[in-house]
Design a protein around this ligand. Structure first.
Ligand SMILES: Cc1ncc(COP(=O)(O)O)c(C=O)c1O
Length: 388
């Protein structure tokens, strides 16, 4: 028999980090240990009842059972544009500057196909959400890393990036509020990023998946920078805002050529998200002021509780300005993985190694506060008893 072979492309993907960690967790669970998982960024809170109840009715409507319009229904795109007008004071054309996605992971992974060619440079933050690499790997682009450092509040410093690298960059990913660090960006930073992109001629893809889990001032949109639409697109999602990770609905806004290119790609690739879910997303956006704040307040209380406890135990904690992540270094310097294994073996707490988000994450770990407050408090208490 002549054996069929897999594509070489697949060799470029390392094993998915969370699968490996889950294997370790299962080993501990088999030993009868009560493992508290603060590893994966998936909210434990249910989708708000009004949203789930609305969806249940939409599911029963036969009109919703047919193929959706892959770019998102006109109603959803109008609701998205209306929400951004109210939330950020920006004007978007729902026809050309808004595109519905089957989760932002899908859009982030596909965008480089629409904006880059083989050999082009894609600049990704380091550390970052690993999916920014996916489309770049598949489209044959070259990935370069932009280190995020604590002394700059985990914002890239464009002045320290070699001019040659910025000149050859075709696409830059940004992500604020930031996973894994919890850092936030202000409009001054976005203005600098937009100025650099316009000067050097590259695209910016800003990932705002955590836009509504903020603890201080509401996080701004990069589109509030005058002229940002010339060069930038921005991703939003219902996943974290309304605890709807399983529903798979997100959207892209911004530059019409870039939005149009991804829409064209998706026209040839998928058929959009279930209409009942699109209807529900539009409902959530209209009811935003009722649905989003209670979720935000819960994550904020958890972050306050946990960062206070970690600091008391001698950890060096970066105070998150948003998200449900806490980015920290242990009391005694060690590798990210050693720290993760120590917490698992001595405290039965599973977390994520910072090194899994890129080389600049080495020495850090990420806690995801996606467990009930009592469990988070217990995790902090167990961690405080670790013998370093
Ligand atoms: C920074 C970031 N962007 C995007 C996503 C994906 O979100 P979605 O559920 O919309 O695909 C995640 C998920 O964890 C994330 O952390």
């Amino acid at each position: 028999m002549k054996k069929p072979i897999l594509s070489k492309r697949m060799d470029a993907f390392p094993p998915y980090l969370f699968q490996e960690l889950d294997g370790k967790k299962q080993e501990e669970v088999k030993k009868g240990r009560d493992v508290i998982s603060l590893a994966i960024g998936d909210p434990d809170l249910p989708t708000p009842k009004p949203a789930a109840g609305f969806a249940a009715k939409e599911v029963l409507k036969p009109a919703n059972h047919r193929y959706p319009y892959s770019r998102g229904s006109a109603k959803l795109r109008r609701a998205i544009a209306g929400w951004h007008k109210k939330r950020h004071g920006i004007t978007l054309d729902p026809e050309t500057e808004v595109l519905a996605l089957i989760g932002s992971k899908e859009g982030l992974a596909h965008l480089p196909f629409a904006l880059t060619d083989r050999g082009d440079t894609v600049l990704i933050p380091d550390p970052c959400y690993p999916v920014y690499k996916t489309g770049a790997i598949l489209s044959g682009a070259e990935i370069k890393r932009l280190p995020l450092e604590r002394r700059n509040g985990f914002l890239p410093d464009f002045d320290s990036v070699p001019k040659k690298l910025l000149d050859e960059t075709r696409l830059l990913f940004l992500n604020y509020p930031n996973n894994p660090t919890g850092a936030v960006a202000d409009l001054k930073f976005y203005a600098k990023a937009v100025a650099a992109a316009k000067k050097r001629g590259f695209w910016i893809a800003q990932d705002a998946a955590y836009s509504e889990i903020f603890f201080g001032k509401p996080s701004p949109s990069i589109m509030q920078v005058p002229g940002a639409k010339d060069t930038a697109v921005e991703f939003y999602s219902v996943s974290k805002t309304y605890c709807m990770t399983g529903w798979r609905l997100a959207w892209l806004i911004g530059n019409r050529e870039a939005v149009g290119a991804l829409a064209k790609l998706k026209d040839n690739m998928d058929s959009g998200q279930f209409n009942a879910i699109q209807e529900t997303a539009a409902f959530c956006l209209k009811e935003h002021d009722r649905l989003a704040p209670p979720i935000r307040h819960i994550f904020r209380a958890r972050a306050d509780l946990f960062t206070r406890a970690l600091k008391k135990s001698g950890w060096r904690v970066f105070e998150p300005g948003a998200t449900f992540f806490v980015w920290a270094r242990p009391p005694v310097e060690q590798s990210s993985l050693d720290c993760v294994y120590r917490l698992l073996s001595q405290a039965a707490v599973l977390i994520t190694p910072g090194s899994g988000f890129g080389p600049s994450g080495e020495g850090y770990v990420r806690f995801s506060l996606t467990a009930p407050e009592k469990r988070i408090a217990e995790a902090a208490e167990r961690i405080s008893r670790i013998n370093w």
